[in-house]
Design a protein around this ligand. Structure first.
Ligand code: CA
Length: 230
């Protein structure tokens, strides 16, 4: 039995049962909640490792629940949303969610998100003590402010380096356009989104072998970007 405990917060019984069965089949321990108040109880009493959260709950807005949980817990939260709830999904990420799944999703997608999150948790524990971040052929020495690819120093502009560090420090986590433009420019003017795209394109040219099939930083269309743990 995997010691990793997953909490599924979902009021749709069919989806909840499907997720529970999938988790069970793949050796995860799981807990379920069908509303926000039950979820809060489960989180405080059982301290799950990862939370799957449906944004449309009967007793509380999912985004408000994230804000509440984030005041005292950094447990990864993967949001489940319907395609029509795109803005909610972005609000959820900005409120502190780590990633999202769009309904309808496959069992494979669910498990993939879970693995990304698990790797990220392990990486966070491993990286805490060091100033060195490693992922695939990429290495960043935060103390020296230098990034390397295949052992060769990358020539990055200050903004490209800042962007890269944001992804490294949040590897596996989806960072929204607003989060990134806020972190880089301190505001969120429309023009910054265009600038962000330009800097992302130039950063990718420097770190990806094939920019049409990026390995390190994935585009999450309409939402933002995420660095994969390779
Ligand atoms: Ca729902």
């Amino acid at each position: 039995m995997n010691k990793f405990v997953v909490l599924v917060i979902e009021d749709d019984k069919l989806v909840r049962n499907l997720m529970a069965t999938t988790l069970d089949l793949h050796g995860y321990s799981y807990l379920t909640a069908s509303n926000a108040s039950d979820a809060l109880l489960q989180i405080t009493s059982h301290r799950p490792d990862v939370i799957f959260l449906d944004l449309g709950l009967p007793d509380m807005d999912g985004v408000d629940l994230i804000r509440k949980v984030r005041t005292w817990s950094s447990t990864p939260i993967i949001v489940i949303s319907a395609r029509s709830e795109d803005t909610d999904k972005i609000d959820a990420l900005d409120a502190g969610a780590d990633d999202y799944l769009t309904k309808p999703f496959s069992v494979d997608e669910l498990l993939a998100r879970l693995r990304v999150t698990q790797r990220r948790l392990n990486a966070v524990q491993g990286d805490k003590a060091s100033h060195i971040f490693e992922n695939g052929e990429l290495m960043v020495d935060f103390a020296a402010g230098i990034a390397y690819m295949n052992g060769e120093e990358l020539s990055l502009t200050p903004i490209e380096y800042k962007l890269l560090c944001l992804f490294c420090k949040n590897v596996g986590k989806t960072l929204t356009h607003t989060y990134l433009t806020d972190a880089i420019w301190g505001n969120t003017l429309d023009s910054d989104l265009a600038s962000l795209r330009v800097f992302m394109a130039s950063l990718r040219k420097k770190i990806e072998k094939d920019t049409t099939h990026p390995r390190y930083i994935q585009t999450r269309i309409g939402v933002g970007y995420r660095m994969n743990r390779l």
